[in-house]
Every structure is written in structure tokens, then in C-alpha cells.
Design a protein around this ligand. Structure first.
Ligand code: ADP
Ligand SMILES: O=P(O)(O)O[C@H]1O[C@H](CO)[C@@H](O[C@H]2O[C@H](CO)[C@@H](O)[C@H](O)[C@H]2O)[C@H](O)[C@H]1O
Length: 461
């Protein structure tokens, strides 16, 4: 394994999920467990990287074969005396070596423990292919039966995705993919401290799933193509789906409140929360100075939270809720990825919050879906630009309202009844998006910037 670890120093920085931009200064093996001896040999490996004093732990299962396999060249890590080393998560023949340890009652391999949910039907013998979209994690689809989400950068502790899926599955929530199992790991870092963490989550594969962003985008494209018709007149009208999505979201929130801790923000908590929101606004301006003119008004609106007289119920929330996190299946909407914003520390991602945070996230997403084609497919010179902008506003408003109507219909409360909170969280999300787009997708920056401008114009309530 020593030679393979050496190879990882050059290989890791080229992976989408590696948070370092340049190569790691040091890569140190902190755990290695043999999952299978041959055909191919499969090792479960955890490495600690260090870069500019920052230490991170990554999960890199490796397969080792005597030969160079052409179809695996794109995941070839390099050659050692023991053979050619590959990223095992992309090696179909290695995928069974992971799944076979999810036996009923679980399996303890020392530093690696496979756990199966009681009564879970495990897809024994299936091989898996990695899902094409690989961002912060790598997901393996075992047939159309189970999905293994392998977390790449490991933070010590119980992963919120595993925690929330376990709680909602046991609560009988019909709006998530049921949990089938998970993997826990243990390692001792260079600091000499032994850590434990969730490493992967096995859940039911949702067949017939289409993601909400793609569906909403198709609806908007249809509307733009029919320049003269209103959002409620075109065939691709999305409002009924948005309504159902609002209902599904409220049911998930209710189940989270039932199965996980709850609390409330009193006046003192609201003051602390407001301070944090204002701090985030101030930090954002240092990254994107275009926010500066809107700051006084945004601050004034966020400060209204301090004057909120009613206590605010809190609970666990999704934390990174947008149309890309919801899947429409033949039997309704399902919500995925309860990890929260991956860049935030674990304690912030699992902190109790108002469910209105998620509602605000989805409302922002409707705004994105309505306008992104104006960025990608039309320019200001396009003869239909003004007309389409008008239609985009209509679409966003119609779907945002439908979502809130669906949410309120379940009895979970109407998010529009707490406008001060909803606006504060929408401001927070839009400002976060401004920073996100400035960093990763500058061409899309006008979408959240326009939202900030609109939010800043709104009169504080
Ligand atoms: N249970 C599931 N069944 C089928 N597809 C899923 C399931 N869960 C997630 N997906 C798909 O995998 C993608 C990535 O999943 P997600 O949990 O969001 O991982 P990541 O945090 O790496 O983005 C989702 O956008 C969705 O399209
Ligand atoms: O990668 P994550 O899903 O954790 O979320 C990050 O990336 C998202 C972009 O993919 C970003 O979402 C923003 O763009 C979406 C359209 O691509 C839009 O639907 C969202 O409303 C908007 O916030 C998300 O903010 C970021 O955390």
C-alpha cells in the first residue's frame, strides 16, 4: 500500500471531489482494509492529505490488477510492484466486493463496519456502475435496486445524510429513498487521535426518477417557445408539480420534526441568528463588491428578525434545498441529499433551524429555473428579450406561489405567514448564491444579483 499511497499524491488533485486546487504536500495512509484478495484485489483505503497546514481525510477504495485494462485507463492511478492500481469505485468487477459485506446483521472488519438496516432487501450479487455526475461524492448504482453513495472527503462523526435517512426511513416517510445500510469507519490521524465517521450510505434506487431541475427547465423552455402564451396556458405548465413538491417538502419537514430533535428560537436566539446573517452579508461584500449598494437595505430587512414577536419553531432541516435535490418518480416527489451545504462545518449543518430556510431555498430555485435560459440562450439584443423576461417573472411567481400553497395545504403552516423570516432567509440564500456564482459560474452571476436587487427594493415589513 505504501507505493499506492505515493501514487495518490499526483492522482488526487485531478479528482473533481478533491478540495485542494494544487497537489497535496503530503499523503499519508491512515487505514487500509482488504475487501477481496483477487479478481481484482480490492482495498478500502483512507488517506490523510495535508496542504498548507490543512489536514483532510479522503476515502479512496482501490482495485489492483496484474494488467493494464484499456476500459479502466481513465481511472488508472498508476503502477506498483503489486500491479496496476485503479479507482475501485469505477471498476465494475470491484463493486461486488463492497456490496457483499452488507450482510444481514452487518459485518465488522475492524476499522470498517458494514451495517444493514433491519429488514432491508439487499441486492446481493449485483454489480455497479458509478453515476456519471461526480461532485463531492461518488455514487454507485447497483442494478436499478440500490444506490451506494460513497462520501469522498470524510468529516468525523455521523454523516447527516445517513442520520436523516435512517430517521425518516424508520418514521415511514414516503418522500425519501429508504435506507438499506451504511458503512462506518475508524482511523488514527497524524495528530494521534482516533476518529470515527460514516463513510457511505446504501439506499433504495429510485427508478423512474427525473430531477426537478431538468423538469422545471423543460417547462420554462416550453413557455419561452410560446412567447405569446402565459405560464398557465402552455402545455408544459409546472404549477401542479410545484404544488405537489410543496406538499412533499412539508411532509418531510413534519417527519423530521417527529423523528429528530426540535426546539425554538426565542428572542435571544433570534438576535444571535440575525447577527450571523448580517455577518454573512458583510463577508459576501468582501468577495463580491457589486453587493455594496444593496447592503444597507438588505441589512435593514434582516434586522427585522430581531423585532419578531412570536417564537420560531426549529428542527432539523435539509439545509441545501433546491430543484436539483428533488426527484420526480412515478409515485411522486422524493427528496435526496440531506448533507446540508458541504462547505459548512458539521455542527452548523446539523444545527436546528426554521424549516422556512428550505422553503426559501426552493423559492430561489424557481427563480433560477425561470431565468437561466435568459443567460444561456438569449442576450439583451434578442428581439423577444423583454417579452421573455416578463414571462420568466410570471413563471417564477406562479410556481413559487403553487409551492407555498402545496406546503400550507398539509397543515404544516403557510411560509408566507412569516414574511420577515422568509425574506431574511431568501436574502441569505441569494447572497450565498452571488458568492457561489462569482467563484464557480461567473456567467450565471446576474441571476442571484438581480434577485438581490429585487429583494433590496422590497419594503421591510
Ligand atoms: N435514491 C436514488 N435513486 C436514484 N437516483 C438518485 C438517488 N439519490 C440520488 N440520486 C441521483 O444522484 C444524484 C446525486 O445524489 P446526491 O445525494 O445529491 O449526491 P451529491 O451530494 O454527490 O450531489 C442526484 O441528483 C440524483 O439525480
Ligand atoms: O452542489 P450542491 O447541490 O450542494 O449545491 C451547490 O451547487 C448548486 C448548483 O448546482 C447551487 O444551486 C444554485 O444553482 C441551481 C441551478 O444550477 C439552482 O437551482 C439553485 O437554486 C441555486 O442555489 C447551490 O446553491 C450550491 O450550494
Amino acid at each position: 500500500m505504501a507505493q499506492a499511497t505515493e501514487l495518490l499524491r499526483d492522482w488526487l488533485p485531478n479528482q473533481r471531489w478533491f478540495s485542494g486546487r494544487s497537489s497535496a504536500d503530503e499523503v499519508r495512509l491512515v487505514a487500509a482494509t482488504l475487501l477481496r484478495e483477487s479478481d481484482p484485489a480490492v482495498w478500502h483505503v483512507l488517506v490523510e492529505t495535508s496542504r498548507n497546514g490543512q489536514r483532510d481525510v479522503y476515502q479512496v477504495p482501490l482495485s489492483i490488477r496484474p494488467e493494464l485494462v484499456e476500459r479502466l485507463e481513465y481511472v488508472h492511478v498508476g503502477q506498483t510492484d503489486g500491479g496496476h492500481v485503479y479507482d475501485a469505485l469505477h471498476d465494475k468487477d470491484a463493486s461486488t466486493a463492497i456490496l457483499e459485506h452488507f450482510t444481514e446483521g452487518g459485518r465488522d472488519l475492524g476499522d470498517l463496519v458494514f451495517r444493514a438496516e433491519d429488514g432491508a432487501e439487499l441486492p446481493v450479487g449485483e454489480t455497479a456502475l458509478a453515476m456519471p455526475v461526480e461532485q463531492s461524492n461518488t455514487s454507485l448504482a447497483y442494478g436499478d435496486v440500490a444506490l451506494l453513495k460513497v462520501f469522498r472527503r470524510i468529516q468525523p462523526g455521523l454523516n447527516p445524510d445517513v442520520e436523516v435517512h435512517a430517521a425518516l426511513t424508520r418514521d415511514g416517510c414516503a418522500y425519501v429513498a429508504p435506507l438499506l445500510g451504511w458503512i462506518d469507519g475508524r482511523w488514527t490521524g497524524s495528530d494521534g487521535v482516533t476518529h470515527e465517521a460514516s463513510l457511505a450510505m446504501l439506499q433504495t434506487y429510485l427508478t423512474t426518477a427525473s430531477d426537478g431541475w431538468a423538469l422545471a427547465a423543460a417547462s420554462v423552455r416550453d413557455l419561452y417557445a410560446e412567447g405569446d402564451l402565459h405560464a398557465d396556458e402552455v402545455g408544459g405548465d409546472f404549477a401542479a408539480e410545484s404544488h405537489r413538491l410543496g406538499e412533499a417538502t412539508a411532509h418531510v419537514h413534519q417527519s423530521m420534526a417527529h423523528a429528530l430533535p426540535t426546539g425554538q428560537f426565542d428572542a435571544a436566539d433570534l438576535a444571535t441568528r440575525t447577527d450571523r446573517l448580517i455577518e454573512r452579508l458583510d463577508e459576501a461584500v468582501t468577495v463580491v463588491p457589486e453587493l455594496e449598494p444593496y447592503l444597507p437595505n438588505l441589512r435593514e430587512q434582516v434586522n427585522e428578525l430581531r423585532r419578531l414577536e412570536q417564537p420560531v419553531p426549529t428542527q432539523r432541516v435539509h439545509g441545501d434545498f433546491h430543484l436539483g435535490q428533488v426527484l420526480r418518480t412515478a409515485v411522486g416527489w422524493k427528496i435526496v441529499d440531506f448533507e446540508g451545504e458541504p462547505a459548512k462545518p458539521l455542527e452548523e449543518r446539523t444545527a436546528l433551524d426554521s424549516p422556512i430556510r428550505d422553503v426559501a431555498g426552493m423559492l430561489r430555485s424557481f427563480d433560477y429555473a425561470a431565468r437561466y435560459l435568459l443567460i444561456t440562450d438569449y442576450d439583451h439584443e434578442h428581439p423577444a428579450y423583454d417579452q421573455i423576461t416578463y414571462r420568466a417573472n410570471e413563471w417564477a411567481k406562479r410556481n413559487r406561489e403553487a409551492f407555498c400553497d402545496g406546503y400550507a395545504k398539509t397543515g404544516a403552516g403557510d411560509p408566507r405567514d412569516v414574511p420577515v423570516l422568509l425574506t431574511a432567509y431568501e436574502i441569505d440564500k441569494a447572497v450565498y448564491e452571488v458568492v457561489y456564482e462569482a467563484r464557480y459560474r461567473p456567467a450565471w452571476l446576474p441571476i442571484p444579483l438581480a434577485a438581490v436587487e429585487r429583494l433590496a427594493e422590497a419594503t421591510p415589513k
